[in-house]
Design a protein around this ligand. Sequence first.
Ligand SMILES: Cc1ncc(C[n+]2csc(CCOP(=O)(O)OP(=O)(O)O)c2C)c(N)n1
Length: 375
Amino acid sequence: MIDCGFFYNTLVESGIDFFAGVPDSLLKSFCGYVSEHVDLNNHLIAANEGGAIALACGHYLATGQPGLVYMQNSGQGNAANPLISLADPDVYSIPILLLIGWRGEPGKKDEPQHVKQGKITLSFLETLDIPYMILPDTDNQAQQCVEQAFKTMEESSAPVALIAKKEIFSPYQMAECMGCSSELTREAAIKEVIKNLDESDVIVSTTGKASRELYEYRDSLGGDHSKDFLTVGSMGHASQIALGIALEKPERQVFILDGDGAAIMHMGAMAIIGSKASANFKHIILNNGCHESVGGQPTVGFSISFTNIAKACGYKIALQAENLSEISQKMEILKSSDGPALLEIKVRKGARADLGRPKTSPKENKAAFMRFLAD
Ligand SMILES: Cc1ncc(C[n+]2csc(CCOP(=O)(O)OP(=O)(O)O)c2C)c(N)n1
């Protein structure tokens, strides 16, 4: 295993003084270490991976120094455009060191949404002509690997990638982040939302543990998952999936259970939602101020106003709740008012340690959901 502090120092000694990225479960320890050791001007948790690439490009333009961009391989798609049309040697030729967590590595068991991305992680980089190295699992070898990556990056003045396999970094425990005084858990908030829904209502739920909690709650109620579409991958796109449904099914209320990190990742979605007078569209953001599903690294969720953003985008109403009785009260208003409507629920960080994963496949989920919608 590689010690996070050692790896961080190796990067700094090589000349990295700027970090940007979107956290990943495989990079949890490293991301946590960076969050606690780099000041806020030199470490930005970006809205999405494309934004992280652009931030590192800006840093390079201003300083002549390459930045480090970390991401889960799920973010390669978001990063592709600025890698191809900004940093690429055929365009501005900007060096960036990429650190990519390899979910779905062939031969290792992982969730369905990671399998394809895992298979194409390396060939994707090859297609983009980005040289890569798979991080070896000792400190000294990792140091040599970083030195080699720097040499290649300096010679080409272009991005170079380091690939991190599962459990490559030794555990690093981040201190609890402050911010939300709420006692309410995301899971309890989800249960309260479901309790307040009508029989015909459907839900599109966001990437990460929120969907897993929703799935387990439905299991505990008898196992009918047909009203829920679980957005297991495609982080940040759940609200547009919901809008696509809402526009075609005006007789049904369509609820989206979003995360603050996911909502911020593709926040432009809110402008499009607000531009459609979709009376049946009901957006719920479970705001815990962090990317809880992948380690709890902070988002800017607690320093922005989702309700003001929603109103400015054209949502008809935007409400807030912080406890169970407020949720039940605001859900009544949400259901009886014309949308697009928003309810932001402030929840605390954390999840059950024994939280399971969906036992049915995405295709089974899709088929059941479509049958329910067609009824
Ligand atoms: C494009 C992309 N980048 C990163 C990830 C890894 N990832 C999965 S869940 C998650 C955190 C989601 O945070 P938030 O929406 O705030 O929900 P929370 O986990 O806090 O409930 C991240 C970063 C991903 N799945 N897809």
